[in-house]
Ligand binder design. Sequence first.
Ligand code: NAP
Length: 206
Amino acid sequence: MPADTPYVVAHLGVSLDGKTDGFPRDETRFHQLVGTTWHEDVTLAGSDTVLAREPAMAPGPGPRDPGPLLAVVDGRARVTRWQELRDAGHWSEVLALHCRATPPRPVGRYVPELVVGDDRVDLAAALRALGRRPGVAVVRVVSGGRLVGRLLARGLVDEVSLLVHPVMGVGSRDWWGEAPPPARSLQLIESDTFGRGLVWLRYRVA
Ligand SMILES: NC(=O)c1ccc[n+]([C@@H]2O[C@H](COP(=O)([O-])OP(=O)(O)OC[C@H]3O[C@@H](n4cnc5c(N)ncnc54)[C@H](OP(=O)(O)O)[C@@H]3O)[C@@H](O)[C@H]2O)c1
């Protein structure tokens, strides 16, 4: 892992065969682990994860202060409901991660932006820039796998945390994204079992 980037953890709810969709995730346990384990400074989200949530977004209580920053990898400027994200009550502020090829944004859109990369958002540069912000030590990735896969491919993930659900043969998205993950040794940090057949695995990526 580059020394000048924050600690990056990818935490996903998966089936036994590694899928991130097609089954009801235990949201309560998933978020309880988030709340007690990493105390992230930045939530780094894939745009498709955010877009999947946009239709159900309702007005929230407002920014959480103090709270993590929500940074969305949105190289195609597809995310629209920035105000609702900011007000959802989970984050203190939002940040759009764009690249130089990102289409023009609507006039008057108020979202802080970080432009890194030419054709795609440069994930390493984005993490370096996030790590330079005061108080940013831990970044948690929120993705159905594709953003995780891009980060893994570039050696930018320090920890993989999987909450394994007792189901298989469902879903279509692998937690490692669209290509097989690069060969890596993993070191077990912690494991636990919970009711209803859930198993939690935390691995450090060597
Ligand atoms: N089971 C779980 O734990 C879990 C967690 C979260 C979400 N989900 C589900 O997963 C689904 C969405 O996940 P997803 O895996 O399809 O998408 P995603 O990871 O949310 O979004 C794909 C991201 O990868 C970025 N990307 C792809 N190629 C890239 C490259 N070469 N360089 C830089 N960035 C790149 C995209 O950026 P651009 O926008 O710039 O293309 C986008 O931000 C939703 O249905 C959601 O409900 C499940």
